[in-house]
Design a protein. Sequence first.
Length: 211
Amino acid sequence: MKRILLSFFLTIFLISAAAVFTLNFRPLYYHDISSLGIEEISGYSERTIRENYDALIDYNSIFHRGSLNLTLPMSEEGRIHFEDVKKIFDILQILCLISLVVSFFWGRYALKQKEWKFFRDASILSLLLPTIAGALIAANWDKAFVLFHEVMFSNDYWLFDERTDPVIKILPDGFFLHCALCIIILILLGSLCFALIYRFRRKRSRSPRIR
């Protein structure tokens, strides 16, 4: 039971860390400005697009306190939605830190006790989310995108009107798809690392020691 619980914490860390990294990996969005033609779609300059995107990312940092200030117009519903988004990301970042600390110290203790199967269990557990998410995305990205918002938010303020919240024009669905794929890939890589660590540890324990 303790091993499964440790595996759970390690899995939570991997998933939350992948999401936090992707959130703060600004080069992904900067690349999408050109690859998705955001300048042409929105009608704004790259400088304006970057300024507002950077403001959103800075606002979603757990260390940021204060209101969101965009150079683009924003409705009250839009402001409330971004406040809801920040709450989710704050929880995610706190969860990442807590699971990191727990996984590090508990995992260190477990390794001293020559217990490493939690890496195998975490590798298996961490495959569940990308498998489910990948299946939903492959089946229908638009429906998966809507389902995510309906589950995560208690209102429909995420349905932006570009006339009152033009920021939505610089946040195309394609960018969120790339974020989802990035998170899935990072989780899969983490799962592979866990599996390799377990395999290495098991192989090492079975190797005869020469004295």
